[in-house]
Design a protein around this ligand. Structure first.
Ligand code: NIG
Ligand code: FE
Length: 411
C-alpha cells in the first residue's frame, strides 16, 4: 500500500542523514521543505522532496495537503496515563497554598491514586487508558512511554503493567513501558522504607522480569521520596534483568538523582528543576537524555528547569507531557511546546526538536521515530490550514492537527 501526500505547504523536520539526538546549538535548527511531497509504503516513509522534482508514483491513496504543514508525530517520553479517577480536590488544595510534599504527607498525591487504582479492575483501567490514548493521538502524539507506579504493591504493579502490555497490542501508538515500583512509600511501610525497597527488589522486579512486562525501570529519586542509595540499589537490581533506567530526578531538590542516573547509564532523567553546574557537568558526555516536563512545572507552579543553560552547555534537551492525574492532567504535546516557548524561552524549532527527535531518543526509538527520514516509521500529522511552523506554539490551546497517520495508516 502506497500513500502519497502532495502539495504540502511545508514538510517539517526532514533528515537526509538521521541523527539519534540533537544537542546544544543544533537544537535551534529544523530542516524543512516547502511545497513538498511525502511518499509512504506500508508503514514506512520511502521518499520525500519538492513538488517540482516529483516523479511519477503509483499510489493507492493520494492526499492533498495544500495550505497545510506536515510534522513528524510527537514522541511523549514520560507519562503515567494508566490511572484511576481524578484529583481535582487536591488541585484546589494546591491553589489554596499546600505544597506537593504537604499533600503527599497527608496521604494525598500518589497514595490517593494508588488506593483508587488498587480498587479498579484491569479491564476498567484498560478502557480508560484507551480513551486517553485516543485523545493524544488526535493531538499529534505518535509514540508514548507509560509508567506503572500507582500500584505500590506487587499485585497492583503487575496489574498496571499488564494493562500497558494490552495497550501496546491494541493501540496504533508505539508504546514503551516503564516499571516505577518505587514511586512513593505506601502508608503501611511508613518508617520501614528500606523494607519497601526490599519488596521492590526481591519481589516486584523478578516478577515483572519473568512476565517481561517492562522495557525500562524508574525510581522517584527526590527529597521526601527515595534516596540516592535506595535508587542505586533498585537500579542495580533492575540491571540484573536487563532493565535500563529512565528515572525521576531533581524535581524537588538537588537530590543526587542526576548523578545516580548517569552512573547507571540511564536513558533519561526527568523533571530537572534543580540543575546546577555539577549536574550539567555530569550529564555532558553521558548517554542520558535530560528531560524536562513543562506541564508539571506549570501545573504545580514550580521553579523552572534551566533549559537555556543546559543547551548552551551543549546538552540535548527532551520534553514530555508527564500526563498524570496529580501534577499534569494533560497529554497535549501542543501545549507543551507553547510552555516550552513562553516559560523556557525556547524557540519553536528548539521546542520541536525537544518533543520529537530528542524525546524519541529518551524512549529508545529515535532510529525509527522522531523525524521525517527514509526508512523511518510513517508516524506524522497533517495540520489544519496554518501559515507556518511558528504558528503551532503561538496559537495555543486549540488543536491544530487535522489528519493523523500512524504506521502509514490514517487514524
Ligand atoms: O512525574 N514526580 C513524581 N511523579 C509524578 C506525579 C504523580 C502524581 O502526582 O500522581 C510526576 O509528576
Ligand atoms: Fe512523572
Amino acid at each position: 500500500m502506497r500513500t502519497l501526500i502532495r502539495n504540502i505547504k511545508e514538510l517539517i523536520q526532514v533528515e537526509e542523514t538521521p541523527r539519534l539526538k540533537v544537542c546544544g546549538k543544533d537544537m535551534a535548527e529544523i530542516t524543512t521543505i516547502k511545497n513538498a511531497y511525502l511518499l509512504i509504503e506500508d508503514d514506512k516513509i520511502i521518499d520525500f522532496g519538492t513538488m517540482e522534482d516529483i516523479k511519477k508514483f503509483n499510489a493507492d491513496k493520494i492526499v492533498d495537503a495544500s495550505n497545510r504543514l506536515v510534522f513528524p508525530s510527537f514522541c511523549d517520553s514520560h507519562t503515567h496515563l494508566v490511572y484511576s479517577g481524578s484529583r481535582e480536590i487536591e488541585y484546589i488544595d494546591k491553589i489554596r497554598g499546600l505544597s506537593y510534599e504537604e499533600i503527599a504527607e497527608r496521604g494525598g498525591g500518589i497514595l490517593n491514586s494508588a488506593k483508587r487504582l488498587q480498587e479498579t479492575t484491569e479491564d476498567e483501567l484498560f478502557e480508560d487508558a484507551m480513551k486517553r490514548l485516543d485523545e493524544i493521538i488526535k493531538m499529534g502524539t505518535g509514540a508514548v512511554e507509560i509508567k506503572s507506579g500507582y500500584g505500590l504493591n506487587t499485585e497492583s504493579e503487575l496489574k498496571m503493567l499488564r494493562v500497558i502490555k494490552r495497550l501496546k497490542e491494541a493501540s496504533p501508538l508505539t508504546i514503551k513501558s516503564n516499571f516505577l515500583g518505587a514511586h512513593a512509600v505506601p502508608m503501611d511501610y511508613r518508617g520501614r522504607q528500606s523494607e519497601f525497597v526490599d519488596l521492590v527488589i526481591n519481589d516486584m522486579i523478578p516478577q515483572v522480569a519473568k512476565e517481561n512486562l517492562a522495557d525500562y525501570i524508574d525510581v522517584f529519586c527526590d527529597k521526601g521520596f527515595f534516596t540516592v542509595e535506595e535508587t542505586d540499589r533498585i537500579l542495580t537490581a533492575g540491571a540484573k534483568y536487563g532493565m535500563r533506567p529512565k528515572i525521576h530526578a531533581n524535581e524537588l531538590d538537588y537530590s543526587g538523582g542526576i548523578q545516580v542516573a548517569v552512573k547507571h547509564n540511564a536513558l533519561s532523567c526527568d523533571h530537572l528543576e534543580f540543575v546546577g553546574d555539577a549536574e550539567i557537568e555530569c550529564l555532558l558526555g553521558s548517554e542520558t537524555m535530560p528531560t524536562v516536563l513543562p506541564g508539571a512545572a506549570f501545573f504545580l507552579n514550580m521553579r523552572l528547569s534551566p533549559v537555556r543553560k543546559m543547551m548552551e552547555a551543549g546538552l540535548p534537551v527532551a520534553m514530555a507531557s508527564d500526563f498524570n492525574p496529580g501534577s499534569s492532567p494533560s497529554g497535549n504535546m501542543q501545549t507543551i511546546i507553547s510552555f516550552a516557548c513562553v516559560n523556557y524561552r525556547m524557540t519553536p524549532q528548539e521546542a520541536f526538536n525537544a518533543t520529537t527527535i530528542n524525546s524519541a531518543y529518551a524512549m529508545g526509538i529515535s532510529k525509527t521515530h522522531g523525524s521525517i527520514a527514509k526508512g523511518k516509521i510513517a508516524n506524522f500529522y497533517i495540520t489544519k490550514e496554518i501559515p507556518n511552523l511558528e504558528y503551532m506554539p503561538y496559537y495555543y490551546g486549540t488543536n491544530k492537527v487535522e489528519r493523523v497517520f500512524l504506521n502509514g495508516v490514517e487514524y
